[in-house]
Every structure is written in structure tokens, then in C-alpha cells.
Design a protein around this ligand. Structure first.
Ligand SMILES: *Cc1c(COP(=O)(O)O)cnc(C)c1O
Length: 366
């Protein structure tokens, strides 16, 4: 049989591994209810206003959506206070990461730079694109090593990635610090600030780079509807970037990658202040509780500006996660991030967060 021609990047590739689904956990542990606190999803679920809009739009899905989602792009621009020319919507921010790599980085020539223990999509996308991925160590207590990123970047560095607030640590870089980083990068290198969790930082103006994109010229901000807006399953995110770069991304992208339902949902979600505020309220309250209770249970915690908290229990993290699963609670062990002793738990509804803390107390005191 003739051997298939497959690019070496694909043969070497280890794909993204999502956690077990709720149904898989139910079947494996014989449970009827499961609390999932593993993927940083919205604890309040889908906004009822968005559900109604989806129902109304369902009859239109035989049509192609408008290419480049102009209505959604306008709505994002208005809500975020940026010019629409700088906004590119995508099939999740994952699509924008992919487009950025394919548009800016030359395979076999250029590189991208990030720090260790970070969101795996930057590395996986670089690998698939045949682009070198450079990783620098974090600072003490997992601090974001902004200076080391600048030092690692050279004239072939297409992109430098910073997640802020960071996944999985919850730490955030201040806008001032990121401005300094953008100022010392080689000419032509872009600083990509992934602000997937920026909605949960406080006060956001001290952290977000959104309003600096037009001025700085080498900064891209990524945002998503998957977390604070509760639309993870619809796949909707966007990038805010210099206008000429936005034009290149639009030319390079596959048509219609943002589907018609995602566009409608996104437009309505941006206007749905009640759901957004309720989400922030639940998250702020739950985060405060986790940051107070986890140390009382003997766990080390890190300050968080996101909708999750990273902690290190005094017992092995793998055992703790397994015991939580037996009790129907899914959290995220951080072994795959290279942080074997640590666990990430996202804020749930009030009762869900309380149930997690109660189960954890039982396990740690057993
Ligand atoms: C959840 C998350 C996203 C969102 O990705 P989507 O493709 O928009 O769902 C982006 N970046 C980070 C770091 C995340 O944790």
C-alpha cells in the first residue's frame, strides 16, 4: 500500500485533550447529577434573552450568514468603544489565534513566544502551522515573565502571547506593564494579549489593553463570548487589532466562519446588561468565597482576576480530583499544563461552589 503523504507537523502532533463530558462522568461513576467546574463556563448558563433570539433566528439558518458578520462587528465596536475597522470576529477566539499565525508567521522561518504553563492553543496552532514555539520560564509564584518574553523575542518573532488574566493561574498583568512590553519588542513583532477573562478583572481599565490598540500599533487584543457571555458552545470570539492587519485577516479567513446563530446571539448578548451583571455578581461573590475558604482548608491559592481560582491542596492533586469526581464534581487537574500539584476550579452558582467546598473539606480531612 502506498504510504500517505502527511506533513511531519501532523504526524508529530498531539491534539488538544478536553476534559471528560458530563455524560461520560455520569456513566463512569454511576452518578445522576454532576457539577462541572472544569472549563470556566458561565455558571448562569445561557441568558433567556439570547435563547429567545436563537429561537427566532432558527428559521433563517437555511441562508448563508453575511460574510464578515458586519452587524455583529458593528455591535462589538460600539459596545467596546473601538472603531469597527479594528474588529475581526471569529469562530471562537481560537480562529483568530489561527488566523494571526497563518497571516503573520512564515513556516520554518519565524517563531512565536509565550511563557510556560499557558493555554495550549498558542503552541498547538504554531505546531500545526510549522512555526517554532518558544517558551520562557515564569517568574516566582508563576508571575507573568514580561521581561523574559521581550528578551526571547528576536527579529523573526511574529507574535508574543500573554494571557491576561492568565489561564490557569488567574494572575493579570497591568496595562502599564504591557505597554512597556509593547514598546521594547522588535519592530514588526505583535503583542497578542488574550483577554478571554478580562470581564472578571477589577477594575478592568487598569488591566485591559482594548483602548490602546489603535494608539500602540503592535498590539492585538483577543476577546471571547465563551465565558462571561455564556456562549461557549456557539463558538464566537474576536480580535481587536491594527486596521491593516484586520484587513489581511479578513482576506485570509474562510468565508462564513461565524455562523448565523452565533452572530444573532452575540448581538443580543452584548445588549443583555442584566445577564452580564448577574454573571459578574455570581463570579465575584464565588471567587471571594473560594479565596477565603481554600486557605482555611490548608490549600495554597493564588490571587485571581478571572472566573476561576488555582490552588494547591496539601494532598496530591490527582487523588483530590479523583475523589471529587466520585462525589460528582469535575474540576481541572493542571498536570497537562505542567503544574502537577495544582488544580483549577471555576466559580459555579452559589450552591455549586458551596458543594465543591464541602466535598473538598471532606476529602482533605479524611
Ligand atoms: C477559554 C479561553 C479562550 C476562549 O476561546 P474560544 O475559542 O473563544 O472559546 C481563549 N483563551 C483562553 C486563554 C481561554 O482560556
Amino acid at each position: 500500500m502506498p504510504s500517505q503523504r502527511v506533513r511531519p507537523e501532523i504526524l508529530d502532533f498531539t491534539p488538544y485533550v478536553p476534559g471528560l463530558s458530563i455524560d461520560e462522568i455520569k456513566a463512569k461513576y454511576g452518578l445522576s447529577t454532576v457539577i462541572k467546574l472544569a472549563s470556566n463556563e458561565n455558571p448562569l448558563g445561557v441568558s433567556p434573552v439570547v435563547q429567545q433570539a436563537l429561537t427566532r433566528a432558527a428559521g433563517q439558518v437555511f441562508r448563508y450568514p453575511q460574510n464578515h458578520s458586519p452587524r455583529l462587528t458593528q455591535a462589538i465596536a460600539k459596545a467596546m468603544g473601538v472603531p469597527a475597522e479594528l474588529v475581526v470576529a471569529g469562530n471562537g477566539s481560537d480562529e483568530i489565534i489561527d488566523l494571526l499565525l497563518r497571516v503573520t508567521a512564515r513556516p520554518g522561518v519565524d517563531n512565536v513566544v509565550c511563557y510556560e504553563h499557558s493555554f495550549s492553543m498558542y503552541r498547538l496552532t504554531a505546531q500545526l502551522c510549522g512555526v517554532e514555539y518558544r517558551e520562557v520560564p515564569r517568574g516566582e509564584e508563576y508571575r507573568l515573565p514580561l521581561e523574559a518574553l521581550a528578551e526571547a523575542a528576536d527579529t523573526n518573532t511574529a507574535l508574543v502571547f500573554v494571557t491576561s488574566p492568565d489561564n490557569p493561574t488567574g494572575l493579570a498583568a497591568r496595562a502599564e506593564e504591557l505597554m512597556v512590553l509593547s514598546g521594547v519588542l522588535p519592530a514588526g513583532t505583535l503583542l497578542v494579549v488574550d483577554e478571554a477573562y478580562m470581564d472578571f478583572s477589577w477594575p478592568p481599565e487598569e488591566y485591559s489593553m482594548l483602548n490602546l490598540v489603535a494608539e500602540l500599533g503592535n498590539v492585538v487584543v483577543l476577546r471571547t463570548f465563551s465565558k462571561a457571555y455564556g456562549l461557549a458552545g456557539l463558538r464566537l470570539g474576536y480580535g481587536v487589532m491594527p486596521e491593516t492587519l484586520a484587513g489581511h485577516l479578513r482576506r485570509a479567513r474562510p468565508p462564513f466562519s461565524v455562523n448565523l446563530l452565533a452572530e444573532e446571539a452575540g448581538i443580543v448578548a452584548l445588549d443583555d446588561d442584566a445577564f452580564y451583571s448577574a454573571t459578574l455578581e455570581v463570579v465575584f461573590k464565588g471567587r471571594e468565597l473560594l479565596l477565603k475558604r481554600l486557605p482555611e482548608l490548608g490549600c495554597q491559592v493564588w490571587p485571581s482576576q478571572a472566573n476561576f481560582v488555582m490552588f494547591r491542596p496539601k494532598k496530591p492533586a490527582g487523588e483530590v480530583c479523583e475523589e471529587l469526581l466520585r462525589r460528582g464534581i469535575i474540576v481541572r487537574p493542571l498536570k497537562s499544563f505542567g503544574l502537577a500539584g495544582n488544580i483549577r476550579v471555576n466559580v459555579g452558582t452559589g450552591p455549586e461552589t458551596a458543594a465543591f467546598l464541602k466535598a473538598l473539606e471532606e476529602i482533605l480531612n479524611a
